[in-house]
Design a protein around this ligand. Structure first.
Ligand SMILES: [Zn+2]
Length: 608
């Protein structure tokens, strides 16, 4: 299994839990099943999934390390094997619905049924059509290009080019043009998407779910409607902080762009440094607080000391061994990729791998001596230590407690990369004083607090679409209503139903559920606060690092070893002592920034 960091276009997680069904397959009505049959069935599933999973991971690793037509074909082939097997097993698991089996087996059977994000209808013609549409939508996005002048191929921009302009340009008309340009890739998807919704709903119904969205929500160990309410509750906790950040950024952007930014209305979607306005880090130079930079640059320190990529990974490993985890195996050091090879093309996007679902963990990165890569190493190793911790579980349980947990662990660990940590490992002489914290907290807020409403609304839209509450005639209106409601963001020009703006976001045509990213952003702060408390950290939580805390390590390990074997509230409890997700940890973390924002916003209107 591999884990990429997904919040970039083109990033794709391939894990059992998100595989789409690709084959129709009809229900077999053979002899009645028994508990022994169920046991036998699960043994077979676990063995087969392990075998196919290893083959797919090996093929994927080679394909990304030696990019050729042949390795790509082998990779696609082995993925297809996994996809078909999962689809078959998910349908077969339904045959044991009314059989009495031990709780552990019941959970495995249920998880199998929930392991698909798309179910093809049993009608072979419809199954083929759905599969074709799904891959067509995916490749339409992948091919997506906007050409300022269609007669000049060199004027064409793919998502990487678009991303760069959105990040770097401060020219409002240019940003508007590029924003509108990228949103021309998706109108052709609209009709297919509507058909995709109908057919995938039909498949989900055949498995006993109300619709595809309900099937996705069912994965969270609670009734689908309760889960929706749970998300609302979490958002209500953090909304006041988001509204302040929104008002402050609006004030600063208005100072830069004038009337293109309304005084008290929504933020223009094209001026936030990101094509989806989901991460505002790139506008930091426009909104940076005065006299609040950290006074040191980790990037400069790493460069000055000529810290080698391997040494950066060793530092990351030491973080985990300091918590009590066993060192990484010899194979990790032999088989990982740490630097960009000179002789061939590789996929350099950082990822963590678990080739044999046991000990053969690896990372694949093209490490540069920068602060960003230093943090990313700590993050990726979080995936590897999680993977190794749950290796004793049955194969079906070798995953995180819910799909938000894996990313949250890596990110929570990266939150421990504090100035104090850098002092303790000898990279920094002295941590800056607290007055400098606002710069650091603003940077993190632009990335993580700004993301929250976006992380929530993608699936709010899709769940309504799958449920039929939003019809194709209102796709775009519903999309912008939600973006206004949650993000307080408006498009730079009127958007009619001639457009299909949701399709301009990778995860919609790719049909990847998105709530996991919202959860990961909530959970990482909750994990960090709980681990910091376990570590006995008395200072403000944004200054806490759990480095060298065996107590924190024990708490962490107790949760990681559970994998997916128990409902996620129990895993959460093992680490935090509470079964409830709690966004108040975000408020604790950003408390100094919240207070500072109050001062900046005196006399200003907030909200939109
Ligand atoms: Zn990750």
């Amino acid at each position: 299994m591999r884990r990429l960091d997904e919040l970039v276009p083109g990033g794709l997680v391939l894990a059992l839990s998100i595989l789409a069904a690709a084959c129709g397959g009809s229900e077999t009505t053979a002899a009645p099943k028994s508990a022994d049959d169920a046991k036998q069935f699960l043994t077979n599933v676990n063995n087969t999934m392990l075998k196919l999973g290893i083959e797919a991971a090996q093929a994927g690793w080679v394909a990304q390390n030696f990019i050729t037509e042949d390795t790509e074909a082998l990779d696609a082939h082995s993925n297809q094997q996994v996809i078909e097997a999962v689809a078959r097993y998910a349908k077969e698991a339904a045959a044991y619905n009314s059989i009495q089996v031990p709780p552990d087996a019941r959970r495995q059977l249920d998880l199998l049924k929930l392991s698909l994000v798309m179910v093809t209808p049993s009608d072979p013609g419809e199954a083929t059509e759905l599969t074709r549409i799904a891959s067509g939508l995916r490749s339409a996005y992948g091919r997506g290009k906007w050409c300022a002048d269609p007669s000049k191929p060199q004027s064409c921009m793919n998502i990487d080019d678009i991303t760069k302009v959105m990040a770097d340009s401060r020219n409002e008309p240019e940003l508007r043009k590029v924003w509108e340009g990228w949103h021309t890739i998706s109108p052709p998807m609209r009709k297919d998407y509507a058909r995709f919704v109908d057919l995938s709903n039909k498949g989900a119904k055949e498995l006993g779910f109300v619709d595809t969205g309900a099937m996705w929500r069912q994965k969270y160990d609670m009734p689908a409607d309760d889960f929706t309410k749970e998300l609302d509750r979490l958002w209500d906790q953090v909304r006041p902080l988001y509204v302040k950040l929104h008002a402050y950024v609006r004030m600063k952007l208005r100072a830069k762009y004038g009337d293109a930014v309304p005084q008290d209305g929504p933020l223009p979607a094209h001026l936030l440094g990101n094509i989806w306005a989901q991460d505002w880090s790139n506008v930091y130079p426009l909104v940076s607080p005065a006299n609040a930079d950290a006074g040191y640059s980790l990037t400069d320190i790493l460069k000055r000391r000529k810290t080698a990529p391997l040494d950066m990974v060793k530092i990351g490993e030491r973080f985990y061994t300091s918590l009590g985890f066993a060192p990484l195996p010899e194979t990790f050091w032999k088989r990982s990729l740490f630097v960009r090879p000179q002789d061939r093309d590789v996929v350099c996007h950082a990822s963590a791998w678990d080739i044999d679902s046991e000990d053969d963990v690896r990372i694949k990165m093209c490490i540069q001596p920068t602060e960003e890569d230093f943090n990313t190493i700590h993050h990726e190793l979080g995936h590897n230590f999680y993977q190794r911790a749950y290796k004793a579980q049955p194969v079906i349980f070798r995953d995180s407690a819910n799909d938000g947990f894996h990313e949250a662990i890596g990110d929570a660990i990266a939150l421990s990369v504090t100035p104090e940590y850098l002092v303790r490992i000898g990279l920094l002489d002295k941590a800056p004083d607290a007055s400098r914290d606002i710069g650091l907290l603003m940077t993190r807020a632009l990335e993580k607090v700004a993301f929250l409403p976006f992380g929530l609304l993608i699936d709010q839209w899709r769940w309504k679409v799958f449920a039929g509450e939003v019809q194709p005639a209102n796709y775009n209106k519903a999309w912008w209503d939600l973006r206004l409601k949650y993000q307080g963001v408006a498009p730079p020009s009127p958007r009619s139903e001639d457009f299909f703006d949701p399709g301009a976001k990778y995860h919609v045509p790719d049909n990847t559920p998105y709530t996991r990213y919202f959860l990961a952003h909530i959970l990482q702060f909750q994990f960090h606060r709980a681990l910091s408390q376990a570590a006995g950290c008395k200072g403000p939580v944004h200054r806490c690092s759990i480095y060298e805390s065996k107590e924190a390590g024990q708490r962490l390990n107790a949760m990681l070893t559970m994998g997916l074997s128990r409902p996620w509230p129990e895993a959460l409890e093992a680490l935090t002592g509470s079964k409830q997700m709690d966004a108040s940890a975000i408020l604790d973390y950003f408390a100094p920034l919240d207070k500072w924002l109050d001062e900046q916003l005196k006399g200003q209107k907030t909200g939109w």
